[in-house]
Design a protein around this ligand. Structure first.
Ligand code: AMO
Length: 446
């Protein structure tokens, strides 16, 4: 057998002997000819065999051809096969303009003939059989896009002198709020799963790291079944020293996103258009910025009043402000800024001119929140006071408050949900579609 060739490389391969391997996607078993569409991680190719149904003593390889024909007839969808044959470029072949005439086929791993899911299966059923669902080319593309996107973010950060950190996910306290907290037994005591790397990414500031980032799991015991919530998701986090305000954080985040979207468009733009019917837009900078209070007025003037004047935008409010921004600025992103202190965590820095507001923002993309960012309060007395105001027990936070007692530069950062970005980028209805293995209140398997 010659060396395995990936299907995407066949177009540039000369006619002649090749070996390809992958799984059987479709079979057309006709009397005189058999066609297999075989897929691998890079694409699909048509394999063809001139069927021999009866022994033919005039053919020197009659036995071999008979056996091959029978083996193809017996093939189950999904089986993994390795095929050696003759590659022929032929414009009339719809699939990629080439085909391989099978010389020999090895059924490497047989599939059960009945496939448990079909193209019209429900999302839940597909997730039960996620490894089969992931064989679809759209799914394969999603995870290649994810790879490119994360790689571009990392490259941006590395080029800009950020240090990559890996903070622990087992914690002794809550990392955001006591709500949505997973508690687990930890030897003689209790531990909690990290809801965010918040405290430990901030620790890098007094540690003198300057600028840090992390891409890692975060856990939220959120019982909701919305399209945008998971109990475990991938959090993209950054934190940097010496920011003057949240504006510096937004500037970095928009540059970062431009780097990510540019890389995805360059590498996968055509396929995204072909498989998802979406022409990916690389956002221009600066992204529009609208103070939250003003955004609520704009939304109200469009006929939708966000319930509870003192609260965050609700999903409909987010959709409305995004529609306004799209109509007015032609932009898919908008920073909503200056959130009220009453709805922000204790570690956000209050506005110098107006203590009711904070130096913080949310980032909305295509009508859904993808990120929260802020300048942090770094003055220990103020931070302790803010923790008390939020009803937190400074004792329980002492490990965190200690970070601020030995000198710490002003700093700020953001957290951003990877799956939300992918969902919105690719026009998917739920983060379940873009999560390798989704975790929700009723899903721990597979
Ligand atoms: P926040 O709680 O807003 O902020 O989370 C940041 C981003 O994480 C994503 N996200 C989720 N994605 C899927 N399922 C969930 N249950 C879920 N919860 C959050 C969202 C959200 O915008 N420490 C702050 C960030 C900071 O200030 O640096 C934080 O965690 O995309």
């Amino acid at each position: 057998m010659t060396e395995r060739v990936l299907i995407k490389d066949l177009a540039a391969h000369p006619d002649g002997d090749v070996t390809v391997s992958g799984w059987v996607e479709t079979i057309r078993d006709q009397k005189n000819v058999q066609f297999i569409v075989m897929r691998d991680e890079s694409g699909a190719v048509q394999l063809v065999n001139g069927a021999l149904r009866e022994p033919n003593p005039e053919l020197p390889n009659s036995d071999h051809l008979l056996a091959l024909t029978e083996a193809i007839s017996a093939l189950a969808h999904g089986s993994f096969i390795a095929v050696t044959g003759e590659l022929r470029h032929n414009e009339r072949v719809k699939l990629g303009g080439l085909e391989i005439e099978i010389a020999s086929m090895d059924v490497v791993s047989e599939a059960i003939a009945e496939t448990p899911i079909a193209s019209d299966s429900s999302l839940d059923k597909r997730l039960d059989w996620r490894f089969l669902d992931l064989r679809r080319p759209e799914q394969n593309l999603i995870f290649r896009i994810q790879t490119t996107f994360e790689h571009a973010l990392r490259s941006y950060w590395v080029d800009n002198d950020f240090i990559e950190i890996h903070t622990p996910k087992l914690m002794a306290s809550a990392s955001e709020s006591r709500a949505e907290l997973f508690e687990l037994e930890y030897f003689e005591g209790k531990a909690y799963l990290a809801q965010s790397p918040q405290f430990f990414k901030q620790m890098a500031q007094p540690a003198g790291f300057g600028k840090v980032f992390e891409i890692a799991p975060a856990f939220r015991a959120d019982p909701s079944f919305t399209s945008r919530h998971a109990t475990e998701f991938t959090s993209i986090d950054a934190e940097m020293s010496w920011v003057n305000s949240h504006e510096d954080v937004m500037k970095m985040q928009e540059e970062l996103l431009v780097a990510g979207f540019t890389a995805v468009k360059e590498k996968h733009g055509e396929e995204i258009e072909r498989l998802f019917g979406i022409e990916l837009q690389v956002p221009s900078t600066p992204f529009p910025r609208i103070p939250l209070a003003e955004a609520k007025e704009i939304v109200a003037s469009r006929g939708y009043v966000v319930p509870r004047a003192d609260a965050d935008m609700d999903p409909e409010g987010e959709r409305q402000i995004a529609a306004y921004v799209k109509e007015t600025y032609g932009h898919d992103f908008v920073f909503l800024t200056e959130y009220a202190w009453s709805i922000r965590p204790f570690y956000h820095k209050r506005h110098e001119q107006d203590a009711e507001l904070t130096n913080s923002y949310d980032l909305i993309y295509n009508g859904t929140e993808i990120s929260t960012g802020a300048q942090r309060e770094h003055r220990i007395e103020v931070l302790e006071q803010q923790a008390r105001e939020k009803g937190l027990e400074p004792d329980e936070l002492s490990f965190y408050l200690d970070f601020f007692r030995y000198g710490v530069p002003p700093h700020g950062g953001f957290g951003m949900g990877l799956q939300r970005i992918l969902m919105l980028m690719l026009g998917q209805a739920s983060i379940r579609e873009v999560t390798y293995l989704f975790r929700g209140p009723t899903r721990l398997l597979p």
